[in-house]
Design a protein around this ligand. Structure first.
Ligand SMILES: NC(=O)c1ccc[n+]([C@@H]2O[C@H](COP(=O)([O-])OP(=O)(O)OC[C@H]3O[C@@H](n4cnc5c(N)ncnc54)[C@H](OP(=O)(O)O)[C@@H]3O)[C@@H](O)[C@H]2O)c1
Length: 286
């Protein structure tokens, strides 16, 4: 039983590999990497590493030979066309190599009225899979909690969260928890055959004042909520390259489109996801 993971050098893919290592033999795991020099740690761990480029179907077809289950972690792009091409290449290579099973990553911002620039991709993914002959399961992630940790020093300076979401709640999951659930999904025949969407979230969602209170407790610094406008948010983070794209996601958030909650995580893994307070406490260095 060979399980291959794309994005194996990235945040999510790498943690999926770590989770698989806890749950199955190393020989069952294949790390699919884009840039081999990013993969030295995986090579040093004696994992089987194969190179792929999502935009090159032949590379995927070569890498998928002998694979039973693919865990598809998408590349990070804000081009819907590139992402669709990437996923079509993956599906085509899976079919040519007769790979039977797929666990596909998705995101909760997938509603048809969602202004997030990547929501068209997340809307298309489950509909596209429904027309294939694959055994598949979709892991629909809430917002990653992890980027909140390096953001805390800035929030301490600002004395406030500034997300332009008004009174809406937002729902999170740690990358480690998402990775654990996705590894379990790939190892569970019933889930693989289910052709269902599993929504991976913590046990509750938060308004920004509620999130600020948790951050205040963890850091010992007052963090309140002073929302900026969607436009201002895009401008503040434009130098990071994705201010406008993130602003479009929070515009959907203000419409209540980042609030999904589910107990799928506990059903898949047999335990509760880590809550926000303990996650931040564990990872924040004072
Ligand atoms: N739920 C959320 O809140 C949230 C937040 C952020 C991102 N995401 C999404 O989650 C996914 C994973 O995020 P992440 O943080 O793990 O991203 P990441 O750390 O940037 O990892 C992306 C991986 O994709 C690989 N990759 C890039 N271009 C590729 C190509 N042409 N062919 C094959 N592989 C390629 C990268 O390899 P190289 O480095 O070698 O190029 C890297 O290993 C992304 O799709 C992202 O959009 C979700």
């Amino acid at each position: 039983m060979k399980i291959a993971v794309t994005g194996a050098t990235g945040h999510l893919g790498n943690q999926i590999i770590n989770q698989l290592l806890k749950k199955t033999e190393k020989d069952n795991i294949v790390a699919l990497v884009h840039t081999k020099k990013h993969a030295q740690k995986l090579i040093d761990e004696n994992l089987e590493v194969r190179e792929i480029d999502f935009q090159n179907e032949a590379s995927l077809q070569k890498a998928f030979v002998g694979i039973d289950t693919l865990i598809y972690v998408a590349s990070k792009t804000y081009s819907v066309l590139d992402r669709v091409k990437e996923f079509e290449n993956v599906l085509s290579a899976l079919e040519k190599d007769n790979v039977k099973n797929l666990v596909a990553m998705s995101f909760i911002a997938d509603q048809e009225t969602n202004p997030f620039v990547m929501s068209p991709f997340y809307g298309y993914l489950p509909r596209r899979l429904a027309g294939t002959n694959l055994n598949y399961a979709i892991a629909k992630n809430a917002l990653y909690a992890d980027p909140l940790v390096p953001y805390l020093p800035e929030l301490i300076e600002r004395h406030a969260l500034i997300y332009p979401v008004g009174n809406a709640k937002m729902s999170f999951i740690s990358i480690e928890d998402s990775a654990e659930a996705m590894a379990d999904m790939a190892l569970n025949e019933d889930i693989l055959h289910s052709r269902k969407i599993y929504t991976l979230t913590q046990g509750r969602s938060y308004t920004m004042p509620e999130l600020g209170k948790i951050m205040t407790k963890v850091t010992g610094h007052e963090i309140g909520y002073k929302p900026v406008s969607v436009k201002e948010f895009g401008e503040i983070y434009s130098s990071e390259g994705d201010g406008a794209e993130l602003a479009s996601m929070y515009a959907g958030g203000a419409m209540g489109m980042l609030t999904s909650l589910s107990d799928d995580f506990a059903h898949i893994t047999g335990h509760e996801p880590e809550d926000m307070y303990h996650f931040l406490l564990k990872n924040y260095q004072k």
